[in-house]
Design a protein around this ligand. Structure first.
Ligand SMILES: [Zn+2]
Length: 310
């Protein structure tokens, strides 16, 4: 759930555009008037989101601890705006309370729809849990973004005079992330096997914990560049089965540049690059950066071992 979706819900609320029952009646649509959450009030925006005793319980027990029971005389728009602008002014770039506030609004609305359309029974706990899950996902997203930019900064420092190449696709949306290093080992002619173009690629989760994903395989490649492309392809193939947000590190600057701008790629890798992008498109988020050689050493030794055991 992207943060702007929270804001758009409060925006629509402010414009009275949500299809609550009072709004539907104003448009001449026949609906019952009862609040489905408490079964004991008329469903209007101010009731559903603020004055309903379920909403009151939710606001009070939320981390924001808002008492909404004495707000009945305040217009709903003013009530919402006063909180939104208060959090904006007080918290600056810290969006935590804004996200809390809008997550609760959003979760009340989703819960109301679940009661109405799926027949679930109303419960403040369900709303609170859903809101906290939204907030938690948002926090993890922030952490991942921070971690990604830290990695990029570190790599930047290591390269100093060379800017890091970054290729990105999609948006980070969920909380399963994985960072992986890939590399290739290539030789034009292998004396042992008497074979040409035998190469191998390796991949491993970049973590201090036991890796969830690790492997290597032999491939045919015309040159080191093509082998590097296959390393990314197969690495991505394996990690995409465990996570939907992937940070992939390669020591081959040319491949990352070729992903950024396919016109820079030579013909013999073009179709692999297309395959990589297609696979990346089926994920939520894919980031590929170039790092220095010693950062992919785990993947390199996996590839080398695999290439040697013919
Ligand atoms: Zn109610």
């Amino acid at each position: 759930m992207a943060a702007n979706q929270y804001f758009s819900t409060s925006g629509r609320l402010l414009q009275r555009a949500l299809p609550t029952k009072d709004n539907l009646r104003k448009r001449g649509i026949q609906v019952t008037t009862e609040c489905v959450v408490c079964k004991n009030g008329l469903e209007s925006q101010s009731h559903l989101f603020r004055d309903c005793y379920v909403a009151q319980l939710v606001w009070k027990s939320s981390p924001l601890g808002i008492i909404s029971s004495n707000a009945a005389n305040v217009r709903m728009e003013e009530w919402l705006m006063s909180f939104l602008s208060y959090f904006f002014d007080q918290d600056g770039r810290e969006e935590g309370r804004l996200i809390q506030f809008t997550s609760i609004l959003w979760s009340i609305w989703l819960h109301r729809n679940d009661i109405l359309f799926r027949g679930v029974s109303g419960s403040p706990e369900t709303i609170l849990k859903a809101a906290q899950a939204h907030v938690h996902r948002w926090e993890q997203l922030q952490e991942f973004k921070k971690a990604t930019s830290q990695v990029v900064q570190e790599v930047d420092k290591a390269h100093r005079n060379q800017k890091v190449c970054v290729f990105k696709m999609g948006n980070c949306q969920s909380n399963n992330f994985i960072a992986v290093v890939v590399d290739a080992a290539w030789k034009k002619y292998d004396k042992m096997s008497k074979k040409h173009w035998i190469a191998a690629v390796g991949w491993e989760e970049d973590t201090n914990q036991p890796p969830r994903v690790q492997g290597a395989m032999k491939i045919f490649a015309q040159d080191p560049m093509q082998a590097e492309c296959y390393a990314i392809y197969w690495g991505l193939h394996h990690v995409s089965q465990v996570a939907r947000n992937v940070l992939l590190k390669s020591d081959c600057r040319e491949v990352v540049q070729a992903l950024q701008d396919p016109r820079k790629a030579s013909k013999h890798v073009a179709s692999i690059l297309v395959d990589i992008k297609n696979m990346a498109a089926s994920l939520d988020y894919f980031v590929c950066i170039n790092v220095c050689r010693d950062q992919v050493v785990k993947a390199h030794s996996l590839a080398q071992q695999e290439r040697k055991c013919l």
